[in-house]
Ligand binder design. Structure first.
Ligand code: ATP
Length: 327
């Protein structure tokens, strides 16, 4: 369990983290999201004692990280994947780390196997690809067999097989009752990996809720397809109902349920070829939440950026209530 209480970090006049409070619970994968510069890395560094809070506090299993007698057994962290001695082999790098922390050598072989580095363990780390470096960073984080894992952008640079491996690994880790906090800018991947999401913007928590609640907070719409779509569109036309034509036989309807549309079609005697309630993706929810929180804005519009990246909208029969979940 990681608990932050009004945690604040200022660098001169810059407030990087502004009074955040949250709990990261065991048995779950918690995703840590936020635009560039939101304060994710600073928060993670404070959790593992690499940065000192200006005020507030953060504990891991009830104690500040630095006060634990064997911190590596409490928390494994991947914060800078490439920050390793490049002349050493991966195995020797891990052995050196293990030796300085009183961890037995056999654990080095275990984490090499766990992270799929066996075939490259004898190679110099300097020649590693970014993906191999990420795996090595995760291997190092696992050396102490920690109860809590903190991973900053762990899938950055990994190929699809590597991304899948990280997802499976952290889900298994959490299923064993351990605690996982991971950041990523890949929303579609986060939607598949995380159970719970904390979003920060400009140093403040703006959402802290189960992933289903966050996705459910996006507006749903109903896609309707019919050979006589114009008649249905005319019938639905009323204040508070938004009807958008997307193809000759298809409309998207906002502000009314699929049931009401189905009943209207029945009354008209018109066949429906499709009636699908569409819930937004995690990416849609994230874009809504962080619209006003982006520190470095480009000229690319949010909708264009959203359309360009992954994360197909998932059909859903109902959207969860978000009462009280979003701040
Ligand atoms: N050592 C430092 N000195 C001054 N400012 C800093 C320092 N470290 C971070 N900052 C500033 O604090 C803010 C938060 O940075 P941080 O790296 O925590 O954000 P982040 O959410 O991890 O961003 P990204 O997604 O880009 O990694 C930024 O405005 C950053 O410029």
């Amino acid at each position: 369990m990681i608990e932050a209480t009004t945690l604040t970090k200022r660098y001169g006049a810059k407030t990087a983290v502004d009074g955040v409070s949250f709990a990261v619970r065991p048995g779950l994968v918690t995703g840590f999201l936020g635009p560039n510069g939101a304060g994710k890395s600073t928060t993670m560094r404070m959790i593992v004692g690499l940065d000192r809070p200006t005020s507030g506090r953060v504990t891991v299993n009830g104690m500040p990280y630095a006060e634990h007698r064997s911190p590596l057994h409490e928390v494994g962290a991947l914060l800078e994947a490439k920050a390793v001695h490049t002349g050493r082999s991966a195995r020797n790098h891990l052995r050196a780390l293990a030796a300085t922390h009183g961890i037995p050598r056999r654990r080095v072989d275990e984490v090499i196997d766990l992270t799929g580095l066996h075939s490259v363990a004898g190679r110099r780390v300097g020649g590693f690809s970014l993906g191999m470096g990420q795996r090595l960073g995760i291997a190092a984080a696992l050396l102490g067999d920690p109860a809590t894992l903190i991973l900053d952008e762990p899938v950055n640079g990994l190929d699809p097989e590597g991304v899948l491996w990280v997802r499976g690994f952290v889900r298994q880790f959490a299923a064993e009752g351990r605690t996982v906090l991971l950041s990523s800018h890949l929303m579609s991947e986060m939607a598949l990996t995380a159970d719970h999401i904390i979003v920060i913007g400009k140093g403040r928590v703006i959402a802290d809720a189960p992933v289903g609640d966050i996705v459910g907070s996006t507006k749903t719409y109903v896609r309707v397809r019919s050979p006589r779509i114009d008649e249905i569109a005319r019938r639905l036309g009323q204040p508070d109902v938004e009807v958008t034509s997307t193809a000759a036989d298809t409309i998207e309807v906002r502000g009314i349920t699929a049931e009401v549309i189905g009943d209207a079609a029945l009354q008209l005697g018109v066949a429906l070829h499709e009636l699908t309630e569409i819930t937004g993706s995690l990416e849609d929810a994230y874009m809504d939440l962080t619209r006003d929180e982006v520190e470095y804005r480009t000229t690319v519009g949010a909708s264009a950026a959203s359309a360009a990246s992954a994360g197909p909208s998932a059909p859903s029969a109902a959207s969860a209530s978000t009462e009280g979940a979003l701040r």
